[in-house]
Structures are given as C-alpha cells and as structure tokens.
Design a protein around this ligand. Structure first.
Ligand SMILES: [Zn+2]
Ligand SMILES: [Zn+2]
Length: 193
C-alpha cells in the first residue's frame, strides 16, 4: 500500500480529536470557553475534511472564477470499454473533448435567446474562507457565536504541544488520550483460504 494512504488514514483517525490539539475560543461577553479540535485537512479519506474542501473549491469558483451569468451544466458519459481506451490515449481524449465542446456550444447557442441578457445580480462576496465560516457552511456549527449569551467568541490560542493539550484537558475534565489503534490485519479473504 502506498505510504501516503497509510499517512492520510492515520491523520484521519486524529481528525477532530481534542487529544491531538485544538483552538481555544472565548466569549468576549460572558467569558465562556470552547475547545475546537483541529482537523486533518486530508484528501479522500476523511469525509469531514473532504466536505470542507468541496465547499472551499465551490466558494472559490463562485466568488473568484466564474462570471455572474446563468450557467448550464453538461455531462458526457462513455461506456466502460470506451473509458479504458480514452484513459490510455490522451490525444484521443482531447479530440473527443473538442468535439463535445463544439457540439455543446452549438446546442447552447440555439437555445439561449440572448446570451448575457439575463445576467444575474452580482452576489455579495462573503469572504467565508476562514475556518469558522467553513464549519458554519459545512456542518451548520457556529464556532464564533456564543450559545450562552449570543456574544462574539474570539480565538485565544492554538494549542498543539502535547503537554499543553494534556494540561488543559485535565483541567476541564476531558479525556486526555486519543482513540487506541488496533494493530493492522490482513484482508478478511485471507481467513477463508
Ligand atoms: Zn457568551
Ligand atoms: Zn479530517
């Protein structure tokens, strides 16, 4: 198995676990504190971080790349056998894409009454690329708004050192150990042979 798969999986198992580090946030009004665990920022393995990454990409496209006009999405699918051929032949794939874009463009021109006439009102740029905004968009969890008094929470510190993490967790009465990992085992099929 490639080393990066193992590494990503190990990080995923630490994602969102307070024992592996967290941010301390405190309400400016009532001084209520909250510990927010770090995430692994992995690709592919961690569903939570993958959801956040999808939001970041979508936000970047909507707010920075795509013009504010109506869009239509086209999907081109091939039979499995053709996919294998296209996968091996980049030149052929490029030719097929060119033909598809030309055909899609012609279809678009015939159905669009007045290109650009129905321009949408410009969306307000949200600037939501920050970590608290991402949690709000991805999981509907508000980190920087106090649930007690409705005041504003502010980041106090990012605690990464094992000693500091342990001391704070012990102080607030939270478990200090992460999940215990079981030793790796072979594929289940091996047991049937
Ligand atoms: Zn508060
Ligand atoms: Zn993660």
């Amino acid at each position: 198995m490639p080393r990066y798969v193992e590494r990503d999986f190990a990080r995923y198992l630490e994602c969102g676990v307070l024992a592996h580090g967290f941010a301390r946030v405190r309400c400016e009004s009532c001084k209520d504190e909250l510990l927010v665990a770090f995430s692994c920022k992995g690709r592919g393995v961690c569903p939570s971080c993958s959801a956040k990454r999808a939001h970041v990409t979508a936000m970047h496209l909507v707010e920075q790349v795509l013009p504010h006009v109506p869009f239509r999405q086209w999907t081109l699918a091939f039979p499995h056998r053709v996919r294998w051929v296209l996968l091996k032949d980049v030149g052929l794939l490029s030719d097929v894409l060119t033909v598809f874009l030309r055909a899609a463009g012609e279809g678009e021109a015939s159905v669009a009454p007045q290109a650009g006439a129905r321009q949408e009102t410009r969306k307000e740029r949200t600037g939501g690329g920050d970590w608290a905004g991402l949690r709000r968009r991805s999981f509907a969890v508000e980190v920087l708004a106090c649930v007690r008094c409705g005041g504003r929470r502010r980041e106090l510190a990012y605690v990464k050192e094992a000693g500091g993490v342990r001391a704070i967790q012990e102080h607030v009465g939270l478990p200090t150990a992460g999940a215990r990992l079981a030793p790796a085992r072979g594929p289940p099929q091996a047991a049937w042979c």
